[in-house]
Design a protein around this ligand. Sequence first.
Ligand code: PLP
Length: 387
Amino acid sequence: MKIAKSINRLGTEAVYDIFAETKKLIKQGKKIIDLSLGQSDFKSPNHVVEAAIKALKDGHHGYTLPNGTVECREAVSRKIKNLYNANVGSERIVIMPGGKPTMSFAISFFGEPGGEIVYPDPGFPIYESMIKYTGAKAVPYNLTIKKDFSIDVDSIVSLINENTRLLIINNPHNPSGSLTDKSVIDKLAKGLANFPHVVILSDEIYDRLIFDKKEIPTFFNYPDLYDRLIVLNGWSKTYAMTGWRLGWGVWPENLVEHVFKFCVNNHSCVNTSAQYAAIAALDGPENHLNDMVKEFTERRKLMVDGLISLKGVKCSLPGGSFFAFPNVKDTGMNGEEFTKRCMKEAGVAVVPGTAFGKFGINNVRLNFATSRENISKAIEKIDKYLK
Ligand SMILES: Cc1ncc(COP(=O)(O)O)c(C=O)c1O
């Protein structure tokens, strides 16, 4: 068998190995507190679940258009108008099986040997994986604890050259939970005016999980960039719907036909009943989301206070998402050593920072979208193993 060389360049998400190991240990009867996978312990909202059930009962089980039903795309368009006061026609919106495909499609469209793609490190691992898969040069920009992992415009701009095809921004940020303020994104958008050949992929999947009532720093604020802006978002995090596999992308007009073809070649369409649920989520009440953000605010404090009470652990306060990304260097271990011992000696599953790039070497990621009891117990157990 001779498989394509490019397949060997694909990376992965190490979190799935930890997830599998956790499941195995639990099956063996071990008690593990799982703070690894990026999802919330909240259930999907009831009215959303009901909408999917109703759709199936009503016989909505056929294919839809590959870019999503008109109704679902119109619901996204309405939401964008309501949330960001931006006018985005439904013809530029593509419903996807999760947020992730918008990322892999976008990187596939612009990545090829000779091209360069600029992306965050630490950052969501699929950016680097897909860039390498396409044969493009992967150009990381480093987010550091010194700046609370927020974006430094000058360092990003300094990496752009005539070969740069795509710039990836993720705000709020996984794995650090950092939130880069709108004022900084304003500056970045202004700087990008000097590089009209660079397309922007703005991964805004955590944009509704922002704490302290801060403004959403969306790229929809810059209509001048719309003809080279791809926005990735979806239902997974905002509505606690990770396993539904529902996302949306907004694309420049001239790319939509290519995205459409990719959908036809790849998955034909997104699960039909899920698209009904998607509309219910967007058009329905937001109490569930508000409750989630309120609860996550408490859990964030519990998690960060707990982490900084540990010997050798430093942690900045996440501005968004549900992740804390402490630096563990002063424990005498790097992130990978810390993670292994944490699982073995404390029974707590976390993710090493290197799962998100080489600059995450001294960090680990912990998900605080779990019960307060789990967070407190996890901190207690980690404290014990560090002593
Ligand atoms: C930064 C970031 N972008 C995109 C995604 C993909 O989301 P989805 O589960 O909707 O594919 C994730 C999921 O963890 C993420 O953390």
